[in-house]
Design a protein around this ligand. Structure first.
Ligand code: KIV
Ligand code: ZN
Length: 528
């Protein structure tokens, strides 16, 4: 039977016969539209650098017209990235396109990505435009963008719910005006794989000049079908996939890069395409996104979830021991999960730490390595073995640091079954020490009350979560907080074997990041 599954497909497939699939990563733009996931310029640069290392073809860095902060972040990413294309999003208006070009023009390979809705429902209720007006505006936008660059992408927003013939007319017209990529988004995650594949085939057959452009797809995950729809579209002939790391994005998110790439790698005979992705970078970049955005990855998430390679059932474990291929369709090393975890402790030196970090996908500057090494030594004095998760937390806390206004100097709590919880806290504010004393429902509440009093913060605590980084009672607690003030949302993180200290550090980190955001406002997603 032709469709019979072979576990060694990847070994038998001949490389040379595949067509290139362009991977367009929009973690920094659509991913950033996940509630509370806004990133500052330094975080965008850090992530873009990792995405480049991962081998994505295009990095959509942001939406410059949305805010001054995002404009600057896109411009900085554009300057930094050398091998991947850097795209900036723009509505189909002159001012958005000007702004996008201004932000992205310094890139080695800049791209303008302009979009306009083509579905009847969007045109009537959102745009208040008829089909002819939309067609004319789309063409005008692409023709205007062509003054700046040949690398133009046009997206037909809500494409999957658009009249297919109108969609083809729009694509034909924008390609004639100069678009080199035409993108068909399933904006609201409404499509079903078979139907979406058929739509892609229809577009390829009924857009006369489609040969002059790359047909792209961009799927949302409202029905949990984003990856399936993307694969169906690629099978039908789409040659660019728009994706995000961990599938983050607007509402239920976007197609996850790791799912599409690993599906194509694991089943290479199903769709004859190849990508430039170095799959060993998938896990490190997934962890970085988790850390920067504070959006946790569900344990059973495909490819990058904590349980994705864990075998619990006895029968499975037995099979795995006899031959891993009985229950494992991918090797964990393929996505960068290190199998032989080098245990680090207080006798480990800087070189060992450096090589460990490189293995984990972190390329740090000499200055950063120095800071991390000092923190590592301090932790190793308190914890017998320092595991990968501990090291990762140290690195990522460093990444999340902003120029700090507040710092924790001293903390003492008193609590227990018969004691009213109280806290004494000393913090420095711009180098000046202040101290306070207070109480609360529990020790963490008491500490937070004192910190709030000392800093005078008006912020609201939207989320507080504690997670043990590794096993054992000496594990570090990792605390994540989300704070909101005047519409700005900041994430704070802290980790320490003492969970009260971790909580205090997370709150202070969040307050510092909130101050940073006040001075450097980033994306406002309301504009979309
Ligand atoms: O979902 C969508 O339609 C988009 C477009 C801007 C491409 O994100
Ligand atoms: Zn989208």
């Amino acid at each position: 039977m032709k469709t019979q599954l072979h576990f060694n497909e990847s070994i038998s497939w001949k490389k040379g016969m595949r067509e290139k699939l362009f991977i367009f990563d929009t973690t920094l733009r659509d991913g950033e539209q996940s509630p509370g996931a806004s990133m500052n310029a330094a975080e965008k640069i850090r992530l873009a650098t990792q995405l480049e290392k991962l081998g994505v073809d295009i990095i959509e860095a942001g939406f410059p017209a949305a805010s001054e902060g995002d404009f600057k972040a896109v411009a900085q990413v554009a300057e930094k990235i050398k091998t991947a294309e850097v795209a900036a999003l723009a509505r189909a208006t002159i001012s958005d396109i000007d702004r996008a070009w201004e932000a992205v023009s310094a890139a080695a390979k800049p791209r303008i990505h302009t979009f306009l809705a083509t579905s009847d429902i969007h045109m009537k209720y959102k745009l208040n435009m008829n089909r002819e007006q939309v067609l004319a505006s789309a063409v005008e936008a692409v023709a205007y963008a062509k003054r700046f660059t040949d690398n133009i992408e046009f997206s037909a927003e809500d494409g999957s719910r658009s009249d297919p013939d109108f969609l083809c007319r729009v694509f034909e017209a924008v390609i004639a005006a100069g678009a080199k990529t035409v993108n068909l988004p399933d904006t609201v995650g409404y499509a079903i794989p078979e139907e979406f594949g058929d739509l892609v085939r229809y577009v390829l057959r009924n857009t006369p000049n489609i040969g002059k452009a790359v047909l792209s797809v961009h799927c949302h995950n409202d029905l949990g079908l984003a990856t399936a729809n993307t694969i169906a579209a690629i099978k039908a002939g789409a040659r660019q996939a728009e994706v995000t790391i961990n599938g983050i994005g607007e509402r239920a998110g976007n197609t996850a890069l790791e799912e599409v790439v690993m599906a194509l790698n694991t089943r290479p005979t199903f769709v004859p395409v190849t990508t430039g992705i170095d799959t060993r970078q998938i896990y490190p970049v997934s962890r970085l996104v988790r850390m920067i955005t504070g959006i946790v990855v569900q344990p059973n998430k495909a490819i990058v979830g904590a349980n994705a390679f864990a075998h619990e059932a006895g029968i499975h474990q037995d099979g795995m021991l006899k031959n891993p291929m009985t229950y494992e369709i991918m090797r964990p090393e393929t996505i960068g999960l290190t199998s032989n975890r080098l245990i680090m402790g207080k006798h480990s030196g800087k070189h060992a730490l450096d090589s460990k970090l490189k293995n984990m996908g972190y390329d740090l500057s000499a200055e950063e390595l120095k800071v991390i090494f000092e923190k590592f030594k301090a932790l190793a004095d308190r914890k017998k073995t320092v595991e990968d998760e501990d090291i990762e937390a140290l690195v990522n806390e460093e990444i999340l640091r902003t120029s700090d206004i507040f710092a924790l100097e001293y903390l003492h709590v008193s609590s227990g079954t018969t004691v009213f919880p109280t806290a004494s806290v000393k913090i420095s504010i711009n180098g000046r020490t202040v101290k306070g004393f207070g109480s609360g429902n529990g020790p963490i509440d008491a500490v937070y009350n004192v910190i709030a009093q000392l800093t005078g913060t008006k912020s609201e605590l939207l989320r507080f979560s504690i997670n043990a980084l590794t096993g054992g009672t000496d594990a570090q607690g990792e605390v994540t907080v989300r704070l909101r003030e005047d519409g700005l949302v900041a994430l704070g993180k802290g980790s320490d074997p003492d969970i009260i200290t971790a909580s205090a550090n997370a709150y202070i980190n969040g307050l510092n990041r909130l101050e940073y955001l006040k001075q450097n406002p980033t994306t406002t997603t309301e504009t979309l």
